[in-house]
Design a protein around this ligand. Structure first.
Ligand code: A4P
Ligand code: MG
Length: 163
């Protein structure tokens, strides 16, 4: 188990917290994956496309010896098992599993971009990440606590609630 990887989970359809719990159970069953840390659940206002229901988001830290692409395929299988249909970019979803950070690796493939391209702009990812690893250095060398306070200052309102 060599790579330290962060996965973001999100749901804004059906029983959102149950969808996320089921997804984590499936992740725990992937051969070659160990779940190390699990953040709290957060109720978050929709980002990007605001004409949809609130999300529940969570972040987990895993260790894995799977390649980034093989891990992505396993996560996509889980999305399908949980009944996810694609409803437009940033549209509503039963479950979404994004690879946020895959060790030190950078990938710019359309199929897999790591670090996740919107990582630094999304409080619904930064807040749970900082909860499970407050000393974390992000892939661009910045400190999560500094990025978080900068992003909080830019974001009006209190649209992220820890459950
Ligand atoms: N893909 C590329 N890189 C990755 C990666 N690092 N992890 C590709 C996972 N997949 C990656 O994914 C489309 C394609 O992205 C996949 O085929 C995969 O090969 P998708 O999940 O269908 O996403 P999408 O909606 O079409 O676009 P995108 O930009 O991936 O959406 P996101 O980033 O998943 O964001 N607001 C709140 N509050 N909470 C949320 O969780 N989520 C979204 C969707 C929008 N607003 C949100 C939330
Ligand atoms: Mg996604």
């Amino acid at each position: 188990m060599d790579k330290k990887v962060y996965i973001g989970l999100g749901s804004n359809m059906g029983n959102k917290s149950e969808n996320i719990a089921k997804a984590i159970d499936f992740v725990a069953c992937i051969e070659g994956v160990n779940i190390k840390k699990v953040s709290s659940l957060y109720l978050t206002a929709p980002w990007g496309r605001t004409d949809q229901d609130d999300f529940i988001n969570q972040v987990i830290e895993i260790e894995t010896d799977l390649s980034a692409l093989n891990l992505l395929y396993c996560l996509q299988d889980i999305e399908i098992k949980l009944g996810r249909h694609r409803d437009g970019k940033w549209g509503p979803r039963i479950i979404d599993l994004d690879i946020l950070i895959y060790g030190e690796e950078t990938s710019l493939l359309e199929e897999l971009q790591v670090p996740h391209p919107y990582l630094l702009e999304r409080l619904f990812v930064l807040i749970p990440l900082a909860e499970i690893n407050s000393e974390m250095e992000l892939p661009d060398g910045s400190k999560i606590r500094e990025v978080l306070s900068r992003e909080r200052a830019l974001t009006e309102g209190n649209d992220i609630i820890k459950l």
